[in-house]
Ligand binder design. Structure first.
Ligand SMILES: [Zn+2]
Length: 182
């Protein structure tokens, strides 16, 4: 690693190389770098830049999946009567309408349709003729999940679309859920 690389800011370090050499390098890392070490991966000395990139991407992908699973478990632990989370489309729609969602989670490819009230702005799944909150007129919303995500972002919340094991876990409580601000 040249001195130039050390001037770059980064928070994850992956050491790649022939197994023993990579392990030796990892052991010799200065402390400040060791804290950033994600893992060492086996790689041939003459690996092409493309191969390096692919392997790094695979590690990033796996870390992302692990992080998602942690977030979903944290969410699951709040899914009780006095907890700060809700699950299922109906409850999530209500929470978004009330501006209470801090972080929205949904399973990738999950879709639903619904309506949005032109008067109070409440979003509701299904196709009610009028707003269940205020009785106002409603407009159909084809891509309800996209609309929910947009509303959460407008409310300065965060949106996490999950895949893999986290998605399987999330499917067990309705494919959509949210951590609440209050
Ligand atoms: Zn309304």
């Amino acid at each position: 690693m040249g001195a130039g690389a050390l001037r770059l800011r980064f928070d994850r370090l992956i050491v790649a190389g022939p197994t023993e050499a990579a392990a030796a390098v990892a052991r010799l890392l200065p402390k400040r770098l060791h804290g950033k070490l994600v893992e060492t991966i086996p790689m041939a000395i003459n690996a092409s830049p493309r191969e390096v990139l692919e392997k790094v991407r695979a590690v990033q992908e796996r870390m992302e999946r692990e992080h998602e699973l942690e977030m979903i478990e944290e969410l699951a632990s709040e899914l009780h009567e006095s907890g700060k989370a809700v699950s299922g489309l109906e409850a999530v729609c209500r929470a978004v309408s009330e501006g209470r969602v801090w972080r929205l989670f949904y399973v990738k490819d999950y879709t639903a349709s619904g309506v949005e009230c032109s008067e109070c702005g409440a979003v509701t799944p299904g196709s009610p003729d009028s707003c269940p909150v205020c009785g106002g007129t409603v407009e159909p919303v084809e891509q309800l999940i996209d609309r929910l995500a947009q509303l959460v972002l407008e409310q300065a919340g965060q949106v996490e679309m999950v895949a893999g094991p986290a998605a399987e876990r999330l499917e067990s409580f309705g494919s959509i859920a949210a951590l609440l601000r209050f």
